[in-house]
Design a protein around this ligand. Sequence first.
Ligand SMILES: Cc1cc2nc3c(=O)[nH]c(=O)nc-3n(C[C@H](O)[C@H](O)[C@H](O)COP(=O)(O)OP(=O)(O)OC[C@H]3O[C@@H](n4cnc5c(N)ncnc54)[C@H](O)[C@@H]3O)c2cc1C
Length: 566
Amino acid sequence: LDITEEGHLDLQLLRLPAFSAMSVLIVLFRNDLRLHDNEVLQRAVSSAADHVLPLYCFDPRHFAKTHWFGFPRVSPLRYRFLTQSVSDLQKNLRNRGSGLLVRVGAPEEVVPALAKQLGGSATVKGVHLHEEICSEERGVERSLASELKGLGIPITKCWGSTLVHRDDLPFPPTQLPDVYTQFRKRVESSCDICPVVELPQQLKPLPPAIAAEEAASAVPPASQFGISEAPVDQRGVLPFQGGETAALSRLDEYFFKADCLKDYKQTRNGLVGANYSSKFSPWLALGCLSPRHVYHKVKEYERQRVANDSTYWLIFELLWRDYFKFIGVKFGTKLFQADGLMGKQVKWRTNRNAFEAWRDGRTGVPFIDANMRELRATGYMSNRGRQNVASFLTKDLTLDWRLGAEVFEAELLDHEPTANYGNWNYAAGIGNDPREDRKFNIIKQAMDYDPNGEYVKLWCPELTHIPSPKCHCPWTLTPAEQQQYNCSIGEDYPNAIYVDGSWRTHQDRRPPQSSGGDSYYAKRSNVGRASNGRGGGRGGGGQQQQQQQDNNGGGKGNERRYKVRE
Ligand SMILES: Cc1cc2nc3c(=O)[nH]c(=O)nc-3n(C[C@H](O)[C@H](O)[C@H](O)COP(=O)(O)OP(=O)(O)OC[C@H]3O[C@@H](n4cnc5c(N)ncnc54)[C@H](O)[C@@H]3O)c2cc1C
């Protein structure tokens, strides 16, 4: 017999098999793949249950086809990021005396089967999970709840993916303002951000009956879902590694080691390099990083180093993420419909050749091609790039915006249904705020944000010898220039499938100065030195300017500020 120092019989050490007096809570992980700030896990481990069983289901439906056009739903890169995240979670749970059972199947089938295996409601006292927003995920929650009801097992849901808790909103989600600025101001003036939830160092043990299966369980190989191995491209802005461990280390690197947060607002629209923006999005999307944790780290940075426009702006951007999540709550499946949030009927084209040229980075418009090739090769594209390729697809090619959203869904490491489809609604001019309906001048954008052509040449090496700004509009090259720059248009690099009349004025811009001081980054960091103190760069222009700065695209607003500051 195992007797503890106090002389009590230790049932745990006896390793008794599952019996009816033992109680278990199942924690179903979905897009909350972390231990920090995880309320679901915290509630389960502080409950009266003897055992907590963390579970992740690889649901084959996630790896099937996209809804409208039947593209493969998850790219190899996205799959790799997911499996790295699940494996990291498993490792971190094991380090705290727990573990993660990984099974393949739909949660509404896997969880009831597991509950029965453990002894049904006599043993399993509940299933805990984070609540999701969109229709598919909510459908899973409903089916799961109904299956478990049949077994007499309750399901408990928690809200945990936004910075501002849904229950703290100063209005019901159905009355979410249609203008982001109004949402932001009301939230800023009346909401406190919840503190992060702490977990004990030692978690509750797994049910003994499952321990052996858990020890042997691992993420399924990509081939199980017909997904090929992910490529590695050294040109990527960051070697994105899935999981909470990498997420927390990226936060520490960006905020504290490289000290980039103080310049974020000036650098966030850059194109090449790891540190111009946070790159938190892939980890936020899978819940490897909690937005509340990011918020409290910003506050720590502000106390220790500096509080300025940039530190504020990162929270401002996280609120955009929240805004789209609450749009998802308010508008439901409208987010995914051709007519969008506004129910606006637009005659979209579906020209296959044009779409494939866009998707594959062969449009002959370098700024578009570079961005699409980066997405394909790395699973990431900058916000500036996303706005331009989305505008080009919907406003220049007038192709169905859902083609673009589904390509992004398949390929973006950070795909979140609300952020992805919400931003596409705005780009296509069918969102809930008509002021977000903007057409980007692709050549102006390319020349403003990539004045030396560094970005387009990184992803379209065919253009290497063409000086800037001509590298942004190769269709203007004479035959002699094509020969001189070793790039035959139509052979080495595609003919442009579309050239907009409004690009002409920018095509004739003079080449940039060759001094390093002309680069986007140099300009931006000089601007950064000028602003100090929270809100310092904001109040001056009155209501109208503020509205422009709040614009999701930052297109027109940002361009204007950029010029003024120059
Ligand atoms: C057509 C289109 C589709 C998009 N799809 C997604 C998507 O599926 N998932 C996603 O996270 N972002 C999406 N975005 C928003 C934005 O492009 C990315 O969040 C950003 O580029 C991620 O890089 P970062 O983490 O370095 O951003 P940072 O500039 O460092 O911003 C910090 C965080 O704020 C949030 N954020 C910033 N801008 C937005 C925005 N416009 N909408 C929602 N959240 C925002 C993100 O969580 C981001 O990680 C999309 C934008 C467009 C135009």
